[in-house]
Structure formats: structure tokens, C-alpha cells
Design a protein around this ligand. Sequence first.
Ligand SMILES: [Zn+2]
Length: 207
Amino acid sequence: MKKERKIQAPILSQEEKGEATRRKRWEMRQEKKRLAAEKEKEQALARQKEDEAFMKEAVKQAKKAAALGDVPIGCVIVREGTVIARGYNRRNADKSVLSHAEIISIRKACKKTGDWRLEDCTMYVTLEPCPMCAGAIVQARIPRVVIGCMNPKAGCAGSVLDMLHEPGFNHQVETVSGVAEKECSDLMKNFFQGLRRQHREGSEEGA
Ligand SMILES: [Zn+2]
């Protein structure tokens, strides 16, 4: 029996042995790469899920603005997986252009952390930030901003200007856009449709 096996075992030349080793190493490298790619994919998926969950918190804030008759924009700031500040647009309620969701959230987050730098935070905002808020984000050195829907008329994360990725500034922001996009844009659409309807009804009553 032992003898038979010996006979069946292929006799490899030095060259063939080298080839077999190379192939084995190549296969091991491929497997390592495959595992790394799989892990990366898993991490990206987990991050996407986390982003969607926090954007939902921002959407909740946006709804508070709408309830007050303000344009529905909401924002939360997250540190180490926890929401540390919430804000919603109160421009009309406060009669102040400074009362944007992002500015309110930044102010609260700074108060909470006791620092004007928010270097270990992520901001979630339902609408692409305006020039004032984009400026505040750069000033506060927020490293990552997750955006619901873009704002082609006033956005400064790439729409009108790209202040968040401006290489001339001393701070650039990583941005992710289109998270819960439909929900965020539907909020805006419904709000403005409601306003137009009110306006029409008002003018009909006046006629
Ligand atoms: Zn703003």
C-alpha cells in the first residue's frame, strides 16, 4: 500500500516545484485580497447604515422646522456614535438668518464639548449647506459632513460653490451626499407645494 502511493506521487522537477510554490503564494495573496475587499465592503455597508440612521434623526429635526412654518432643514452632530447636538431651521421663527439648522447645532455641540473645534464630529444635514454654514463647518474643522439632498440654488458643498473642498483653505471636509435623499427632498417639495397651495387659496379668497 505504502509502495503504491509512492509510485503514484508525481515526481516534480526543480522548475515545477518552483512553479507550484509561486502558484500557492499567488493564491494566498488573492485570498488575502478577497478577504480584505470583503471586510472593506462590510465596513462600508455598516457605515452607510449608520449614516442613514443618523440622517433620520436630522429629518426629525427638519419636521420640527416645518411645523413652525420654516423651511424644513434639520441637522444633528454626532461624536463617537452619539448625537451630541440637534438643530433645525428657525430663520422665520427667530427672524434671524443666523438661525440655520447647522449654526444652531454647531453652537450646541461647542457648548457640550467646551471647544470651538469639532474635529472628531460628523455633521448630518438634510440639505446641502449654504455659504454661511459651509463657512462655519470649515471654521469648526468638522472633518465629515453627510448631506441628504443637494441645493442647486444655494449649496456650497459643490453646487454653486465648493467651499467644503476648497484646497486654498486650511481645512477640507469629506462629504457624502444623497443619504436618505428622497426623504429629504420630499420634505422640501411638500413644504413648498403647501406654501403655493396656501398662496393660491389666499388669492382665491381675496378675489
Ligand atoms: Zn445655512
